[in-house]
Unconditional design. Structure first.
Lengths: 221, 339, 396
């Protein structure tokens, strides 16, 4: 269970303070698929980053299960990121100097998993995603759709309970949209909590969604 | 002023150590003043980031300090030829005593203090509330002062070596004295016996704690954890054991191991008898780690986090006990062979 | 302690250095140059000091020289008996020697002509050299010489050749070369021309009862200081040198010279460190993005800092090891090109091979000098990289 209670998040850019989230509260149950919807700049990505432990809240409280994690120090948050959540980024965010399998296994490096095991786990995921032939390609040698699937594989390498996806369908062609939606559907079947943000409504996701949360000007409407 | 490769290398290390120590102390004090876990998240996050700089600097500083221990004694050794009358490290120390003796003592004390900080930091980082954070931040201030004092002593030592004849270990230790020093210059077994009694008592205490911990009947749980009196009494006990150990080395063990009835020089012993050096180091490390153990469990914060830390603390206790026991075994074997 | 984690981070750091080859080499190459320079000086200094220590075993326990008007001069042989009567003195042997300023192939090479009393058996035991080619002088040999390796090379002389010597002061002599010394203790033997004491007296114009110094051998080396003290009390106009004092003098001279050179070259190391600082403190957009992504997928601030520090450690160890290796090879080759400027012995023997000695203490000093400053300079840039916010990177 993820619980967000009266959360406010400010960003400071020079002398300007921008309120990205304003007193937001939400509770997401385990195994739920929640869509965060709203226009650009409405705060849905910030919300996703907060529940993905990528950034701190300015005010309020954040709960993961029974534990309040609002004041967790950085090394606890990074452990949560690699063990509890898998993040699929809008821009894929693969490291260009690394091969496909190395990109996928990056979260396992600070966990002390040996290279042999890392590669084996990455290869298993690549096979599931029909990308095994691309294992030793450099990340920048892959197509957009392939990059998105590699990014999904990286998010799944630790078998996390929570999958966070920021605009997962926006940078891929129609053929790949179905593949990604099928993957998310499969994950939901396995009991994963899926929280995804979309700029526009996505009909392809309708059958998966348990609830939709609409954001506007940093608030939940 | 004497300038050779050892002195230059040592001075470089000393400068680096001072830079790291002062950076940690100044930052530590600033963060300590502002640290408030419940404050505005952004400000707290900024402080938390700065703590990482301190951890980086202290970890690096610890390795540097470890390197500086042998380097310091090699540097002093390299100066023997430059100081008339000096035949070993005692002569070199005497050229600028007591500065040199204080500086040498700090070489051993500072790594122990760094070790305390790093162990405290390791424990602190295992609990989300970081219970020791303020304690470890403010500890950096006296540490910084000590490093500064040590650097000043080192510079004074190297840059103002007077051109004069010094007395060395033979003249220092062989002539019977009428003053209080006589008690530690006479060849007697008494200090060796007292040291063994103390060391065995300490080992017994460790074994008792470990058994009690295993059976979950740790004595005084909730009573003496977090009490300053525990830290005080254990500190006194261990410091007494260390001092008695040095007396034992000086009065009996050195002449016995060196095979020269009037040669009491602990420095010569360390250089010439390697297994003795290993055993002394182990005994020293064992006692210092034990001291660190008691300092931590005597912290008022420890009561709040225990038993969250018990696993690590048991490991620390086991390690310090093993070091002490192994050191004693090596020393005892050498003593038996020497006899 | 999670050792596999640290191994993984170390391997990733090594991969990063390979990925950013140009940047890594820009730091490693200057470090290699500086470390090679510092290390060949340290190894050469070590060679001289080691030579001095080895030579001490062969030196007389005490050397007594005459002093006239505050300067070293001839010593009268009547002192030989007086010194011989001092307790613990085993033997007193006269020696005649002097420098030969010669001009060979437009160099300012100077050699040492040494006349030995060939009748004394102790020489056979105590000489700091062995004969490589030919044989050593025997009692009764006249107009014969044994040459140090450096002399033989300079004169292109071999066993059986006749060596004509005329120094710039007009002293003349002609000797048959009967042997060439080997190079066990180069600092003492390479510039030597050894002849009989009678030939040396003739060459330098000494009287029958005169010598340059008296070599005193004691029954045990521990008694040398006491004997030296007795001689000092007995004869005012003498300079009494123990073998320890002579050895310490060489150690002191080269120890301080080594220190001075190291201090100078450290300036260059500081320049390398500034380069490292400039390169590491500036975090490019690409690097910043890479770190942000690593943190977003679960790397912590501590792990990023550790990775960056590992990169510095690997660079430092690579640069220092390679530099030390180059320095050692260069020292073994005789520091071609600059030995005269650095070591200060080119004017004595033109083809003198600089001795080399390397021990674990020197290696530790070199690695401390090469690696630790680099690590310290990298600490703040590593921290700056470590605290990059993943959120900032992801949001662009």
């Amino acid at each position: 269970m993820i619980k967000v209670e009266n959360v406010t998040k400010n960003y400071i850019s020079g002398k300007v303070k921008v309120r990205a989230l304003d007193n937001v509260s939400l509770e997401i149950e385990e195994g739920e698929c929640v869509i965060l919807s709203g226009p650009s700049g409405s705060g849905k990505s910030t919300f996703l980053n907060i529940i993905g432990f990528l950034t701190r809240i300015t005010k309020g409280r954040l709960w993961l299960g029974d534990e309040e994690v609002s004041h967790f120090p950085d090394h606890f948050l990074s452990a949560l990121r690699r063990e509890k959540t898998g993040f699929i980024f809008q821009q894929f965010n693969l490291l260009s100097g690394y091969t496909t399998w190395e990109n996928i296994s990056l979260p396992l490096v600070p966990m002390g998993v040996s290279e042999k095991v890392r590669r084996a786990r990455a290869m298993k995921l690549l096979e599931e995603l029909n990308l095994e032939t691309r294992a030793d390609f450099m990340a920048n040698e892959l197509s957009g759709g392939e990059q998105q699937r590699v990014a999904i594989a990286r998010a799944l390498i630790n078998d996390p309970g929570i999958i966070l996806a920021d605009e997962p369908l926006s940078n891929i062609d129609a053929a790949h949209v179905k593949i990604v939606v099928d993957i998310l559907g499969e994950l939901k079947k396995r009991g994963k909590t899926i929280i995804a943000s979309f700029h526009h409504s996505q009909n392809e996701m309708d059958k998966l969604v348990d609830s939709t949360v609409y954001f506007e000007s940093g608030k939940i409407c | 002023m004497i300038l050779n490769n050892y002195i230059i290398t040592y001075l470089v290390c000393s400068a680096l150590s001072l830079f790291l120590g002062l950076a940690a102390a100044i930052n530590g004090f600033r963060i300590w003043k502002k640290w408030d876990i419940k404050s505005e998240a952004d400000e707290q996050y900024r402080l938390e980031k700065q703590v990482y700089l301190i951890i980086t600097v202290l970890s690096l500083g610890f390795f540097l300090r470890l390197l500086m221990v042998p380097l310091w004694f090699w540097t002093l050794h390299s100066m023997i030829i430059s100081i008339p009358g000096a035949m070993c490290l005692v002569g070199v120390h005497n050229i600028n005593a007591p500065t040199s003796y204080i500086a040498s003592s700090l070489k051993l004390v500072l790594p122990a203090l760094y070790g305390y900080w790093l162990i405290l930091n390791m424990l602190d980082r295992q609990i989300a509330t970081q219970p020791f954070i303020k304690q470890k931040l403010i500890f950096l201030t006296p540490l910084g002062v000590l490093i500064l004092a040590e650097t000043i002593l080192d510079i004074t030592f190297f840059f103002s070596t007077p051109p004069r004849q010094v007395s060395c270990c033979t003249s220092l230790f062989d002539i019977p004295r009428e003053d209080i020093l006589r008690v530690v210059t006479e060849s007697t077994w008494i200090w060796v016996v007292i040291f063994y009694i103390l060391a065995l008592m300490i080992l017994g205490e460790i074994v008792y704690f470990l058994i009690a911990q295993k059976r979950s009947i740790l004595p005084g749980r909730g009573r003496w954890f977090g009490k300053k009196s525990v830290m005080f009494s254990e500190t006194i006990g261990i410091v007494v054991a260390l001092v008695v150990f040095i007396f034992a080395l000086h009065t009996k063990i050195s002449p016995l191991f060196l095979g020269l009835p009037f040669h009491h020089c602990v420095f010569c012993l360390g250089q010439e008898v390697w297994d003795a050096l290993v055993s002394f180091s182990m005994i020293f490390i064992g006692l210092v780690l034990l001291l660190i153990y008691f300092w931590i469990v005597s912290s008022t914060r420890y009561r709040e986090v225990n038993p969250g830390l018990s696993g690590n603390m048991v490991m620390l206790l086991k390690f310090s006990g093993s070091m002490l026991a192994l050191g004693l075994i090596i020393l005892s074997i050498h003593l038996v062979l020497a006899l | 302690m999670n050792l596999p984690k640290h191994i993984n981070i170390c391997l990733t750091a090594a991969q990063n250095l390979r990925r950013y080859k140009a940047k890594s080499l820009a730091i490693i190459v200057p470090l290699i140059l500086v470390m090679a320079t510092i290390s060949f000086m340290m190894f050469s200094r070590g060679g001289f000091v080691k030579d001095a220590e080895v030579a001490r075993a062969f030196l007389p326990d005490v050397t007594v020289q005459g002093i006239y008007a505050g300067r070293v001069g001839k010593i009268s042989l009547h002192m030989k008996t007086e010194i011989g009567d001092i307790p613990h003195v085993k033997q007193v042997i006269p020696r005649v020697w002097g420098y030969l300023p010669l001009r060979i192939e437009e160099t300012d090479a100077a050699f040492t002509l040494m006349g030995l009393d060939l009748n004394h058996a102790l020489y056979g035991k105590k000489l700091p050299w062995t004969v490589d080619t030919g044989s050593f002088l025997v009692p009764g040999d006249r107009n014969k010489a044994v040459l140090g390796a450096g002399v033989a090379v300079s004169f292109e002389a071999d066993v059986g050749d006749r060596l004509q010597i005329e120094d710039t002061l007009g002293n003349k002599g002609e000797f048959e070369v009967v042997g060439i010394l080997n190079d066990i203790v180069q600092v003492y033997s390479t510039d030597l021309i050894i002849v009989s004491i009678e030939d040396a007296r003739l060459f330098f114009g000494y009287g029958e009862d005169e010598a340059s110094d008296l070599l005193v051998y004691t029954d045990a080396p521990e008694n040398a200081d006491m004997v030296a003290w007795e001689i000092t009390l007995m004869a005012d106009n003498t300079r009494v040198l123990t073998s320890k004092a002579l050895t310490d003098l060489v150690k002191e001279a080269f120890g301080r010279r080594g220190g001075t050179f190291q201090a100078m070259w450290l300036m260059l190391l500081v320049a390398v460190l500034l380069l490292v600082w400039a390169q590491s403190a500036h975090i490019s957009v690409d690097v910043s993005k890479e770190i942000g992504i690593l943190k977003a997928v679960g790397w912590g601030t501590g792990e990023i800092i550790e990775m960056r520090m590992m990169e510095s450690l690997i660079m430092g160890l690579t640069g220092a090891s390679t530099g030390v290796l180059f320095g050692f090879v260069y020292a073994l080759m005789g520091t071609p090109g600059i030995s005269g400027y650095c070591i200060g012995c080119a004017s004595i023997y033109p083809k003198f091979p600089v001795p080399v000695h390397c021990d674990y203490q020197s290696l530790l000093l070199l690695f401390v000098i090469g690696v630790m400053p680099l690590m310290v300079v990298s600490a703040v840039p590593a921290w700056l990289a470590g605290i990059i916010d993943p959120d900032d990177t992801i949001r662009g």
